[in-house]
Every structure is written in structure tokens, then in C-alpha cells.
Ligand binder design. Structure first.
Ligand SMILES: Nc1ncnc2c1ncn2[C@@H]1O[C@H](COP(=O)(O)OP(=O)(O)OP(=O)(O)O)[C@@H](O)[C@H]1O
Ligand SMILES: [Mg+2]
Length: 396
């Protein structure tokens, strides 16, 4: 059918035509933010899940929901290798300038901008990547000690006070939070904790890979009590159907029952894969309805496309030893697997493989769901490894 009208949206951060199966979480976040706005206790929400499950698009939708309710927001994505203060400072500035337009909040907004000026100036020595426009002179003694944990808490407190005066809340939306260094996470946790103790309307909605949960706990042992970590994963069968069917029906196209079932089985109901399969099934089909035969052909194209992009970019970043480690995991199935079993498959000692396992964790390829366990961060990566490394060479 006409690729021009193809409704599906495979791609990192591409909003899906139908955001299926996330209504409960949206409601949970709405309630949490409204409670924060009123100064009632509420946990910050950190969504955790594998690659391609829809964390980013959900975060964006939650932000839209919040903005529509009159909440002030900022959004950052933590890339590898930039400091949290450097990412946060310019976005906080923009948020504060906007808050300061509110007559009630003008004075407190300006005070927060002074705090930001002091914060940036004092931390510039340690975090040289901080670049932020300064609208006001710093106020000596306000968020300018040069110690991140202290200064960030002081800064967030002034920001929260301004938001409170404006009758709103400020919500920090942070994606890829697992890349933030532990000491910076610790400072963020402390700052949010202090603001919560003072009933100030400032909170965090974050997203990251599953290892985020452990990192937060290591950064501050009380993090578990301050945050909810809702897992984001594959869709329920009903939601997966809806994600496929609704966009097609909106274009007047039907999908037969066995074709739908086949897509659900091939994709394991993972959101990114659903979009890929939907797209290729649409392009392959000559007319409505999309039938099983279309899906069978689309599966070959979609698998090849994924192997060339989604899986391949990750695979190409690995050393041979890392590839072999992952291949041994794949041999054991989708996982999680005990480190001892992986080592046994490679006929090596667990200790001698520890450095490789650590590198793979650092690269975000695997994580440890519980002590001694190892799992892939990319869904269906085990099947890909079987395709790309067939045979037994990896054992050598
Ligand atoms: N609820 C959903 N229903 C249907 N499609 C979805 C849903 N959520 C996400 N998608 C689709 O899945 C794909 C991946 O989404 P997204 O980039 O948000 O994932 P992610 O979890 O942020 O991945 P990564 O960890 O790689 O950043 C996109 O093509 C998006 O359109
Ligand atoms: Mg993402």
C-alpha cells in the first residue's frame, strides 16, 4: 500500500500513532504531580526498561500531559560524558525565566536565577562544561559553595519556592538517567529529598535502563523509599493489538486475525518491533486487509532491517571477547543467566570473565537484575546473536 500514508513510526523517540497500554502509568504520574503541586507527599517516578520499549516517547507524552495541566517542565537527556549540572543549568534558566513572568513569582524567580548564577560560577571549576547565560548577579552565600550536593539542594529549594508562589510545580523530565554519574545522582537525590521535606513543588520524572535502579540505590541508600520504579516493558496482547490495529483502521485498512497474531508472536509485543512490523506489513501488502502472507514477507524484511540498524549499531561497538561473552549468553537462551553458567559455556572461570562482563555493563549491553545474574538490555538480542554468529566458533 501507499508508503506515504503508512502510519507506523519505528525509530528512537518517534511518537507512535497510538501510544497503547500506558494509560495507567499516565494516571499514576498525573496524580503524583498534582500531589507535589499541593505539597502532599508523593514519590518521584523513574521508569525503567530495556531498549526500544517506549520510555522516551512516554516521557514526552507525560511532559505534554503535565504542560497541558499548567505544570512547568524542563526536559533533558543525559548523554554519556556530560555532567548533570551542565545539562541542568541552561534548562533551569529557561524554566525560571518563564516562571518569573508570573507576577506573583517574579521576586522568587529572580532569586532563583541569582542562585543559578552562583551555582554555575562556583561549580565551573569542577564542571567545566557548564555554559549558561547569567541574567542576574549571584547572591553571595546562595548555592555557591562549590560543592555539588549542597549547591544543587540550595538551588532546587529556591526554584521550588518560586514554583510554589506561582501555584504550579516544576517537573524535571530526565531521559537516559542511567548515564548520570553516581555522585551527580546522589546530589540530585539529596536535592529532591530536601525539597520534598520542605513540601516544595519540584519533582523528577525519569527514564532509564534497568540498571538505573541499582545505581540510585548505590548513590543514596534511601533512594528506594523516595522513588517508584515502574517497569516499562512489552505490551499486553490487547495493547499490542491496539497499537497495530488502530492506526491502520484510522486509514481505512484492516488486518486479519491470523496476520495480527503472527506479528504479536514475531515481535514478542515489544513496542519498537511492533512499529517495524507494522510499517513493513503495510508497505508489503497490496491492499486492505493486510493478510498472513504479507506479514510473512514483511517479517523477513523487518528482521533484516533490524539486524542492519537496531542490533548492528550495538554489536559493532563490541570487542571480539565481548561478542563471545554475549554469544555464550545467547546460547543459554533469552536470560537472565547466572554468571557461572555463562563462564561454564565458555569453559572459563567466572573471575577471569569479570572484566569483560563489567565492560559490557559499562557499555549498557547487559545489566545485573540481581546479584550474580546477567541479562540483555536489548530485547531479542539473543536471537540476533544466533543469526550473526551461527555455529560454534565463539567457543574458541
Ligand atoms: N506504547 C506504545 N505503543 C506503540 N508503539 C510504541 C509505544 N511506545 C513506544 N512505541 C514505539 O517504540 C519505538 C521506541 O520508542 P522509544 O524510543 O521511546 O523507546 P525507548 O525505550 O526510549 O528506547 P531506548 O532505550 O533505545 O532509548 C518507537 O518507534 C515508538 O513509536
Ligand atoms: Mg529512549
Amino acid at each position: 500500500m501507499d508508503p506515504v500514508t503508512n502510519p507506523y513510526a519505528p525509530g528512537a523517540g518517534s511518537p507512535p500513532p497510538e501510544l497503547a497500554g500506558r494509560d495507567e502509568l499516565r494516571e499514576q504520574v498525573r496524580v503524583a504531580i498534582e500531589r507535589v503541586r499541593r505539597g502532599s507527599p508523593a514519590k518521584s517516578i523513574l521508569m525503567v526498561g530495556l531498549r526500544g520499549v517506549g520510555k522516551t516517547v512516554l516521557l514526552d507524552r507525560l511532559r505534554d500531559d503535565a504542560e497541558a495541566a499548567g505544570i512547568h517542565t524542563l526536559r533533558i537527556e543525559a548523554p554519556e560524558g556530560r555532567s548533570l549540572p551542565a545539562l541542568l543549568a541552561p534548562e533551569l534558566r529557561v524554566a525560571l525565566l518563564r516562571l518569573s513572568r508570573n507576577e506573583q513569582a517574579k521576586a522568587l524567580g529572580e532569586r532563583a536565577l541569582r542562585a543559578l548564577a552562583g551555582f554555575a560560577k562556583a561549580l565551573k571549576i569542577k564542571y567545566q562544561d557548564i555554559e549558561v547565560g547569567l541574567d542576574f548577579e549571584p547572591e553571595p552565600g546562595l548555592a555557591d559553595n562549590g560543592d555539588l550536593e549542597h549547591d544543587l539542594a540550595a538551588l532546587l529549594e529556591t526554584v521550588g519556592a518560586a514554583a510554589q508562589r506561582a501555584g504550579t510545580a516544576l517537573v524535571l523530565f530526565i531521559d537516559e538517567l542511567q548515564y548520570v554519574k553516581e555522585e551527580e545522582l546522589a546530589a540530585l537525590i539529596t536535592g529532591l529529598h530536601r525539597a520534598a521535606q520542605r513540601k516544595l513543588p519540584i519533582t523528577l520524572v525519569g527514564a532509564g535502563l534497568p540498571q538505573l535502579r541499582g545505581r540510585m540505590g548505590r548513590a543514596k541508600s534511601y533512594a528506594e523509599r523516595l522513588f517508584d520504579f515502574p517497569p516499562i516493558g512489552e505490551l499486553s496482547p490487547a495493547a499490542a493489538r491496539r497499537a497495530l490495529e488502530k492506526p491502520a483502521l484510522d486509514e481505512g485498512v484492516e488486518i486479519t486475525e491470523d496476520a495480527l497474531e503472527r506479528i504479536l508472536a514475531e515481535t514478542h509485543r515489544y513496542p519498537y518491533f511492533l512499529q517495524e512490523w507494522g510499517k513493513h506489513a503495510w508497505d508489503t501488502a497490496a491492499r486492505s486487509p493486510i493478510v498472513l502472507d504479507d506479514v510473512a514477507r514483511a517479517s523477513r524484511v523487518a528482521t533484516a532491517a533490524l539486524d542492519e540498524s537496531f542490533f548492528r549499531v550495538r554489536f559493532d561497538r563490541l570487542t571480539l571477547a565481548e561478542k563471545k561473552y554475549l554469544r555464550a549468553m545467547a546460547e543459554l537462551g533469552p536470560g537472565p543467566h547466572r554468571s557461572g553458567d555463562v563462564a561454564a559455556a565458555l569453559q572459563r572461570k567466572v573471575t577471569s570473565l569479570a572484566p569483560i562482563r563489567n565492560q559490557l555493563i559499562a557499555k549498557g549491553m547487559i545489566f545485573s537484575p540481581s546479584h550474580g545474574d546477567t541479562a540483555f538490555t536489548v530485547p531479542l538480542f539473543d536471537l540476533f546473536l544466533h543469526r550473526i554468529m551461527p555455529g560454534d566458533d565463539w567457543r574458541e
